[in-house]
Design a protein around this ligand. Structure first.
Ligand code: GDP
Ligand code: IMO
Ligand code: MG
Length: 423
């Protein structure tokens, strides 16, 4: 069974926890897009691991963890992650596989990402990790790929060509001194040597795995509304975060995907700028942020918080072909007297039941809410659906009704055991 896990909102839905759980029954876990803008948290026996590049399945012995061609890699970050996991006794060398076609983040990408944010009228609030500029070079056909780092003369030519153009731009547009060839060249050749043991043909590897009836888990990063095409553009990331990205970002054919699991928080969060129709008032946002520890796993920024938006998640289900949902962080809503769910948007007297792609509408629309009673009991202990308080069960039923999709996992805490599985 080949399964894609995808975020249905603006990222940080709890994908890491679900990947970790489903990894137990998979042979390969594959990242297919994004880079170290992602921060996926897995909690095992009270120890917290935050993964930025290495797939969240790495904690399971013997599983093969891959970075597909659609990922962008900052070598220094990957090395740090490998070293830190190795120190915890996790075996990496025989289990990590990196596509030679992965694009590499260079120092000028990171600086450009940060400089562009200071120049723009509308900041995106990027993670500043060089993600956008690296993908821009990929599409512009001047990117440097992992495999280039293994060939001195190819890398030399590509880097020189890039620096000739980029240093002019850095000086003239941004008043920045630019980058020295030799420094980057030496540093990145060294990375090439380190990574050579991991680099392979990922699409070939996965094709063989499929032929041998192995199970593959595709680990989405970010979320549907950060997708470069279907997200709240321009307040998005620079990759295809929807499930179709799993094929483009690995070379596995669409016919090989059996199942798409959508991960949604029981409410909504967003880091960075951009429209957010159901966003809470500041005081309530602060209370939920504190209760749900809603601070970015990558940048530590406070996450903006709001009510569950079924208009968005319904669109997500259609875009991704989601066959089942995991609802996360239900425990955070405990203790609220009333809970709201957005069922439509209102803009200029018109009701929108389907997600409107005009950013102007999404920015100015007022949410239409359905309100239900909450529950007072803590959700810390339930291990089965029937043990959930009636209010929590009503909330889940209402979500299923509105979304017309079955909920197969309910998460009530960050640990592996704080999870309820439904058929
Ligand atoms: P990801 O990027 O989608 O993997 O999500 P993040 O790791 O960035 O953010 C999710 C956060 O919520 C992490 O700190 C998780 O440990 C935590 N988490 C996951 N599920 C639950 C849950 O059901 N309840 C609570 N309270 N925390 C959870
Ligand atoms: P995970 O995988 C939440 C957001 C940034 C910013 C926008 C563009 O942990 O869910 P970028 O650096 O990608 O150019 O920033 O996207 N963003 C995320 N928000 N979770 C993420 O990843 C994110 N990755 C990027 O905050 O608004
Ligand atoms: Mg995250």
């Amino acid at each position: 069974m080949n399964t894609v896990i995808v975020g249905t909102q603006w990222g940080d839905e709890g994908k890491g926890k679900i990947i970790d759980i489903l990894s137990a029954d998979s042979d390969y876990i594959v990242r297919y897009q994004g880079g170290n803008n992602a921060g996926h948290t897995v909690v095992v026996d009270d120890k917290e691991y935050i993964f930025h590049l290495i797939p969240s399945g790495i904690l399971h012995k013997g599983k093969i963890c891959c970075l597909g061609n659609g990922v962008v890699v900052d070598p220094a970050v990957l090395i740090k992650e490998i070293e830190s996991l190795s120190k915890s006794g996790i075996e990496i060398d025989t289990r990590l596989k990196i596509s030679g076609l992965v694009h590499v983040i260079l120092p000028y990408h990171k600086i450009l990402d940060q400089l562009r944010e200071t120049k723009r009228k509308y900041r995106i609030g990027t993670t500043g990790r060089g993600i956008g500029p690296c993908y821009a070079d990929k599409i512009n056909r001047c990117g440097i790929r992992m495999i280039d780092l293994l060939n001195e003369s190819v890398f030399k030519d590509k880097l020189r060509d890039n620096l000739n153009e980029k240093n002019e731009i850095f000086k003239k547009v941004f008043g920045h001194h630019g980058f020295k060839f030799s420094r980057i060249y030496d540093e990145y050749l060294r990375y090439g040597k380190i990574f050579s043991r991991y680099i392979c043909n990922i699409s070939g590897l996965l094709r063989k795995a499929i032929k041998n009836k192995k199970d593959i888990l595709f680990e989405g990063a970010q979320g549907t509304f950060l997708d470069i095409d279907f997200g709240t553009y321009p307040f998005v990331t620079s990759s295809s975060t929807i499930s179709a990205g799993a094929c483009i970002g690995t070379g596995v054919s669409v016919s090989a995907i059996d199942r798409v699991v959508g991960v949604a928080k029981a409410y909504t969060t967003r880091v960075g700028e951009g429209p957010f129709p159901t966003e809470f008032e500041p005081a309530f946002a602060e209370a939920i942020r504190a209760k749900g520890s809603e601070f970015g796993a990558t940048t530590g920024r406070p996450r903006r918080c709001g009510w569950f938006d079924s208009v968005m998640v319904k669109e997500s289900i259609l875009l991704n072909g989601i066959t089942e949902l995991a609802i996360m962080k239900m425990d955070v809503l405990s203790g609220l007297k009333r809970i709201k769910i957005c069922t439509a948007y209102k803009y200029k007297g018109k009701i929108f039941k389907e997600f409107p792609y005009d950013l102007e509408v999404i920015t100015r629309a007022k949410p239409v809410y359905k309100e239900i009673n909450g529950w007072s009991k803590t959700l810390a202990l339930p291990r089965s659906y029937n043990q959930l308080p009636a209010g929590a069960r009503d909330y889940i039923s209402l979500l299923e009704d509105l979304l017309q999709t079955k909920i197969t996992i309910i998460s009530v805490g960050s640990g592996r055991l704080d999870t309820i599985f439904l058929d």
